[in-house]
Design a protein around this ligand. Structure first.
Ligand SMILES: Nc1nc2c(ncn2[C@@H]2O[C@H](COP(=O)(O)OP(=O)(O)OP(=O)(O)O)[C@@H](O)[C@H]2O)c(=O)[nH]1
Length: 482
């Protein structure tokens, strides 16, 4: 039953007859509903037809054909011919309905075609603008067509058409574009219904208190719904609430009319309305704070390399930026370390072994550097070390200690012992605290140059610049290569 319900499709791309009949029936049905809802003379305050049909045409892009639009238009004309004596005015009035439907449908379809980056199914702000444009066009044609019908002049008619089309469009369209048969995955708990309960209470409060401000009362409850429920459910609840409010106002059950401006009841309602609206940004802000905290956690994760547990490249820059706030100059030594012939480890022992070696190597380097130095994986089998040293020689000595520690370390992999070596390039300079990152970048370039020299000179060595004599430490004896 559920599967047949969820798989039901009202329209099909390759079934024009079914589509035409569907459009005809839907148009007639909602024309009838709109006509029944007419509360103010000949034009209804709540006219769902245009919003519904625009939603249908926008949702099913293959319905955007002249003949399908024509079916909808003919259905409207027929309904009028049977139920009214508008005569030729009906042609223009229904043309205005079509104006709204076609404008929204085309804009939404075009938007979907162009903006792949916008999250489906709707972009609320754009939809708002589309309704605005469509309502203006519709009101223009509709007001012209209805002048004289009820001895009303153009501008009041225009305002009436516009406000009605715009409000119903904004309420109905998100609902139509997102609606789907709900799937209940988790057992439903009572507290799940609290936002709906709050919504009902807030609408009831609007009725009891009245005044213009009371229309905003359901806003916090709607935001609560938005936070707790899915998008389709929120759109549906917003639509129902808006629709109910419009009907309640039209029937003076919510009384927004006030005899004397700024009388006590009006101020009461206005204050409550303003307070209600004021709480909404707070609720949104709470959500944003929660999102920011999540982003912070994620960016913290991005600061560390998952495999080796030392800093990532971006994490190293963050750490250096933090150091910039400590206001003392220092002598900086930057080392660039590249494991020698690392490819052969992957080739001979497999990638898994390579990963394990990388993690163990990083741990070994961090152990030699100590807690005060920064170790980062710059990519692949290349690592950087940043330390405060007394001078370039002290930095060089530390690099040598690292190199020797790595060369003498026995990496074990499935009952086998592996030895590897590392080539190191150095860069050293004095840096003011506020220029750490800038100096680091320069020293990285220098270290890179000397790393290249270490590799070229045979690997397993440390190279660094010395003003008079290039300081290049050669190893006494190469350890066994893997
Ligand atoms: N297992 C593993 N291998 C990696 C990872 N990142 C990069 N590599 C490998 O590291 C190897 C680096 O090889 P090369 O750049 O040729 O350098 P090398 O073999 O170390 O030789 P030299 O640097 O010239 O001494 C490549 O085979 C990459 O596939 C990783 O995260 N895990």
């Amino acid at each position: 039953m559920r599967s047949s319900l969820t798989s039901f499709k009202p329209f099909l791309p390759d079934n024009p007859l079914r589509n035409a009949v569907g459009i005809f029936v839907l148009t007639t049905l909602f024309y009838f509903i709109g006509a029944e809802l007419r509360l103010v003379e000949a034009l209804s305050l709540f006219w769902p037809l245009n919003g519904v049909m625009a939603g249908v045409f926008a949702r099913y892009a293959y319905l955007n054909r002249l003949h399908y639009y024509a079916v909808s238009y003919v259905a409207m004309l027929l309904y009028d011919a049977v139920t009214t004596n508008w005569g030729i005015a009906s042609v223009v009035i229904n043309l205005s309905n079509m104006m709204f439907i076609v404008t929204v449908a085309l804009l939404v379809t075009r938007d979907r075609r162009r903006g792949r980056e916008t999250p489906d199914p709707i972009n609320a702000l754009r939809l708002f603008n589309f309704c605005l444009i469509a309502a203006l066009l519709c009101a223009l044609v509709g007001a012209m067509g209805s002048v004289g019908i009820d001895s009303q002049t153009f501008w009041p008619l225009f305002a009436d058409w516009f406000s009605e089309q715009f409000s119903t469009g904004v309420l109905i369209l998100p609902c139509l574009l997102t609606v789907k048969i709900p799937e209940i995955k988790h057992p439903v708990r009572v507290d799940h219904f609290m936002p709906v309960l709050a919504l009902i209470v807030s609408v009831a409060a609007s009725v009891v208190i009245g005044g213009a401000g009371s229309l905003a009362f359901p806003l916090p409850a709607l935001i609560w719904c938005a936070v707790r429920y899915s998008l389709p459910a929120t759109c549906l609840l917003t639509f129902v609430t808006g629709g109910v409010e419009i009907i309640l106002v039209a029937n003076s059950i919510i009384n927004i009319a006030v005899a004397a401006p700024l009388s006590t009841p009006m101020m009461f309602s206005a204050r409550l309305g303003i307070a209600t609206m004021a709480i909404c940004p707070v609720m949104v802000s709470v959500s944003v704070a929660a999102i920011n905290s999540l982003i912070h956690q994620v960016s913290l994760r991005a600061d560390y390399d998952f495999l080796t547990r030392v800093y990532s490249r971006s994490g190293l820059y963050e750490a250096l930026k933090n150091e910039e706030s400590h206001r003392h100059p220092r002598f900086l030594t930057v080392m660039l370390l590249d494991i020698d012939y690392f490819k052969s480890i992957n080739d001979n022992y497999g990638h898994e072994c390579g990963d394990r070696v990388l993690a163990e190597f990083a741990g070994k380097v961090q152990q030699e550097v100590g807690e005060d130095g920064l170790v980062a994986r710059m990519g692949g089998e290349e690592f950087a070390v940043v330390v405060n040293s007394v001078d370039a020689r002290q930095g060089f000595e530390l690099a040598e200690r690292i190199r020797e520690a790595v060369a003498s370390h026995a990496f074990s992999w499935r009952q086998q012992t592996l030895f590897l070596t590392v080539s190191i390039g150095l860069g050293s300079a004095r840096a003011e605290s506020w220029q750490l990152t800038e100096v680091f970048n320069k020293l990285m370039a220098e270290a890179d140059e000397y790393l290249y020299r270490s590799k070229k000179a045979g690997r397993n060595r440390t190279s660094a610049r010395q003003p008079d004599d290039p300081l290049v430490a050669e190893v006494q004896k190469s350890p066994e290569q893997v």
